[in-house]
Design a protein around this ligand. Structure first.
Ligand code: PMP
Length: 394
């Protein structure tokens, strides 16, 4: 087996910046570098570019452009939405799911340390929110429910429409973190009556360090980033002009090519799952089998640690992740896998593969071949005696 490959299967951590996006951004560094708030023609040209990007971001979720606020990414958008809504509400209680991204869970933890009541909505073994639990928890006054559109580790896609509907009927604000889902899940904030939605540039082949928060007109939310009067006085800070232009372009490409990309990725995803399950023993698919992101394949391998598989794949030219990308330096159990009840045999052996626009069937075949070699090796070395039914396999 030759190891001269470079196969990137970590597109949930970040994507490359699309060439069209890069070229759209370029002029805004050197020639069209104005401050969109300046009252002269250089500033007006910059303002025009910002408003064009805002219109694109609004369009992909069927919002109005004045409901889109640019941020430094989804982390800021998530911090803003849950702290800002709690701050503006007399009701100091929120509900989140136990499998939200750390930018939500850590914000919620901070709120709870500061006197806010935070409750966690249960998820089932596939990572799907329990609707009976949501309904039960909504019996107490609540100002916000936050449930991600799709999970960053196991790829489970929620029934956002149902959750949004329930919140709307109960007069409770509903926020969804759509960071991982923007290209693959069709979201219509007006039809679904979603109050707020977070997104990020670098998960959709746009630049890093830019994102947006959609806030439904009329929502009571306090400012998070105090400063100048940018973004209607709601988010201070000089506009990151090239990045905002890049985000707008990335979103346009999602709208243009999203369907084609998703069909292709879904085929690769299902092929990858089938190959692993048929060729490797002692595996468990994490997350929902069908209600999952078109690019996410997350498997636990019995008797090994995810970190050792990821490290050996890296040596072979395959870039994957344990799933907890934000904390992958720390060898700790994934709270997402714990919340969905993955048992002790499998919880430390999770590896997340996230397919991208550039992934090919040959990449998947090579990765599966690598996994067969790696697991054979690691399981032979393992102090835990793994006895599989088919010993000549893995
Ligand atoms: N939410 C989810 C679901 C994510 O996957 C990420 C990125 N890992 C974020 C929020 C944070 O996004 P950003 O990097 O733009 O701050």
């Amino acid at each position: 087996m030759a190891f001269s490959k470079e196969i990137y299967l970590d597109n949930a951590a970040t994507t490359y910046c699309n060439g069209e996006v890069f070229y759209a951004m370029q002029p805004y560094f050197i020639t069209n570098y104005g401050n969109p708030n300046s009252l002269h023609s250089v500033g007006y040209a910059a303002r025009e570019a910002v408003e064009k990007a805002r219109a694109s971001v609004a369009k992909i979720i069927n919002a109005d452009p004045d409901e889109i606020y640019f941020t430094s990414g989804a982390t800021e958008a998530n911090n803003w939405v849950i702290k800002g809504i709690v701050s503006a509400s007399p009701v100091k209680r929120i509900l989140i799911s136990a499998i939200e991204h750390p930018s939500i869970t850590e914000s919620a933890r901070w709120l709870s340390e500061n006197g806010i009541e935070v409750e966690y909505i249960k998820v089932d073994e596939n990572g799907i929110i329990s609707i009976p639990d949501l309904l039960a928890k909504l019996s107490k006054p609540t100002c916000l429910v936050s449930v991600m559109t799709a999970n960053h580790e196991v790829g489970t896609v929620q029934y956002i429409n149902t959750i949004a509907n329930i919140c709307s009927q109960n007069n409770v604000y509903f926020h969804t973190d759509a960071t991982q889902a923007l290209e693959s899940v069709h979201i219509n904030v007006k039809e679904m009556d979603i109050t707020a939605l977070s997104l990020s540039g670098h998960k959709i082949y746009g630049p890093k360090g830019v994102g947006a928060l959609y806030i439904k007109r009329g929502t009571r939310i306090d400012t998070f980033m105090h400063g100048g009067h940018q973004e209607d006085g709601m988010r201070g800070g000089t506009y990151n002009l090239p990045a905002i232009v890049g985000l707008g372009k990335a979103v346009e490409i999602c709208m243009r090519d999203g369907n084609t990309n998703n069909v292709r990725m879904k085929q690769l995803r299902d092929y990858f799952i089938k190959e692993i399950e048929s060729k490797i023993q002692g595996v468990k698919l994490n997350g929902h089998r069908t209600q999952r992101l078109s690019n996410n394949v997350n498997f636990s391998f019995k008797g090994v640690t995810g970190e050792s598989v990821v490290a050996m794949l890296d040596v072979m030219g395959v870039r994957a992740s344990t799933g907890t990308a934000s904390t992958s330096e720390v060898l700790s159990r994934s709270y997402v896998l714990q919340a969905i009840g993955v048992n002790d045999d499998y919880i430390n052996g999770a590896v997340r593969f996230t397919i991208g626009r550039a992934t090919t069937k040959e990449d998947i075949d090579f990765t599966v071949d690598c996994l067969i070699v790696i697991l054979k090796k690691l399981r032979t070395l393992s102090p835990i005696n793994i006895k599989m039914e088919v010993p000549e396999n893995v």
